[in-house]
Design a protein around this ligand. Sequence first.
Ligand code: AMP
Ligand code: ZN
Ligand code: FE
Ligand code: FE
Length: 283
Amino acid sequence: MRIDLHTHSRASDGTDTPAELVRQAARAGLDVVAITDHDTAAGWAEAAEAADEVGIQLVRGMEISTRHGRLGVHLLAYGPDPTFPPLAAELERVLHGREARVPTMVARLRALGIDITEDDVRRAAPGAAASGRPHVADALVTLGAVPDRTAAFDRYLGWGRPAHVDRYAVPLATAIAAVTGAGGVSVVAHPWGRGGLGRPDEATFAELRDLGLSGIEVDHQDHGAAARDRLRAIARNLGLVVTGSSDYHGEGKTDHDLGCNTTDPDELERLLELTSSRAAGTA
Ligand code: AMP
Ligand code: ZN
Ligand code: FE
Ligand code: FE
């Protein structure tokens, strides 16, 4: 069983449509794939249809943009009802915040002498629930201002760079509670990866577990061997589920091929059991 629990489609900042993503996952030899676009379930229906066609198991997920004190934390949510009002309201706030800062980013880039427009950004985001920094980066690539997404973040869009504009992120405790209330389970994505202004330690993970966190994404390209060993030990100490995934973005991210990291079937079973017990209202 090959299981990949973290992938992005064009519903956020991946480059495959949800159907293409699922077909690629089947071609890559995966048995289970989760679609986890940033802050949206917009790709689920199309992905589910494709999953039926190619005979692969689809896990419906999303990656929620949260903050915890000074830490920027990405929270993977599996199986939540995206229409559950407290969750839907928070997702809407993030998507609106992401979209609303595009004019400011464009104005800053124009002040730097780059002839970019809001339309260029929207054209780079076909099918996306909101235009984010990766789409601004893609527009900059199309205009020939930078060679690739990474260079766009390094020069203009990353933290502390001249066109960086902050946006709303859900307080982490609020996000975990909303996911639990919506019948889903929460897993912290790449907790020791890039981004954020620090790393949650074991005491922080313990606090998060007490708030309802179910797992840690341990096997991720942003984590070296030592980080993986340490995170696996923390998960074991705290009784948290361990996941592994590619964080595939199609052409949008190199070195994140489907299935490059995978999740143990027993760990997926633990996660799905938690989801179904919540959906049944028994936990
Ligand atoms: P946003 O939520 O619009 O601020 O965009 C954040 C997203 O941009 C992240 O979730 C990543 O997928 C992507 N991203 C962040 N930093 C980089 C980077 N240095 N290179 C490429 N993509 C990045
Ligand atoms: Zn992304
Ligand atoms: Fe992430
Ligand atoms: Fe991701």
